[in-house]
Design a protein around this ligand. Structure first.
Ligand code: SF4
Length: 243
């Protein structure tokens, strides 16, 4: 499996609090997979995809060495690195973790006693039946046009409709300004989502930006019945990696 690699050479596996979405504040172990099929210009994990000699644009303007940023491990090598933390919640994140869903299935078969598994996905990949049979919560974050990605790349309605009918799937939208709300409402209608399965989260990688955007976004959530998600890890630790 291609796992994000920290500067000290170890895989990006870290014990923290879930900072976003329906399980906000819950102690959780994160496994960050490398690779993404999208290239959002405000992405907070560009080291999972913005490789040297690629044409992709990111607002930081920094390219990463693929060799330096990926560690390849087998599911059998990763499983003990997870189980030694004795954490009952595993969050599979990226990048886009469902690009490696076959390998993730193998890994999860080696961790049969995990009561809570969350997958953070951009909603473009369809999980297979074996994956859906697991006790998995999907935190689906379809990207809006503020990501800089074209609609044909960021919105896969076959996949989104799949998630929309799953009671264990929640939708989380990254919001930059009030114009984004029209896109959220259009997707809500198209996917027939009740507002209480929708989280609106301010875009930002520093506490000041989040604070500014949270003030008006919280009002919108209150008035429209959406759920508000802060970015707890950014408020606590800024843009620090593996937090
Ligand atoms: S989908 Fe997520 S991980 Fe991929 S580029 Fe966009 S924000 Fe980053």
């Amino acid at each position: 499996m291609k796992i994000s690699r920290l500067a000290n050479g170890s895989p990006e596996i870290f014990h923290t609090l879930q900072g976003e979405g329906p399980s906000l504040g819950a102690p959780a172990l994160f496994l960050r997979l490398s690779l993404c099929n999208l290239h959002c210009h405000w992405c907070d994990t560009p080291y999972t995809w913005n490789w040297e000699k690629t044409p992709w644009q990111h607002q930081d303007g920094i390219k990463f060495s693929k060799a330096d940023q990926i560690i390849e491990l087998t599911p059998a090598e990763i499983a003990p690195l997870i189980s030694r933390h004795h954490c009952d919640r595993l969050v599979l994140t990226g990048g886009e973790p469902l690009l490696q869903q076959e390998e993730l299935l193998e890994l999860l078969k080696l961790l049969p006693d995990l009561p809570f598994i969350e997958v953070e996905t951009n909603g473009t990949q369809i999980p297979g039946d074996d994956f859906l049979a697991l006790p998995t919560q999907f935190n689906v974050s379809p990207k809006l046009s503020n990501s800089g990605m074209s609609g044909s790349l960021r919105l896969n309605f076959e996949a989104l409709n799949h998630f929309a009918v799953l009671p264990t799937a929640f939708f989380k939208f990254v919001v930059c300004d009030q114009n984004d709300l029209k896109e959220v409402e259009a997707l809500q209608e198209k996917l027939n989502l009740p507002p209480n399965r929708i989280f609106l989260m301010p875009e930002g990688r520093d506490p000041q930006t989040l604070q500014t955007r949270s003030l008006w976004l919280a009002d919108i959530c209150r008035d429209q019945g959406y759920r508000f998600s802060p970015r707890l890890h950014v408020l606590l630790w800024g843009n620090e990696r593996a937090k």
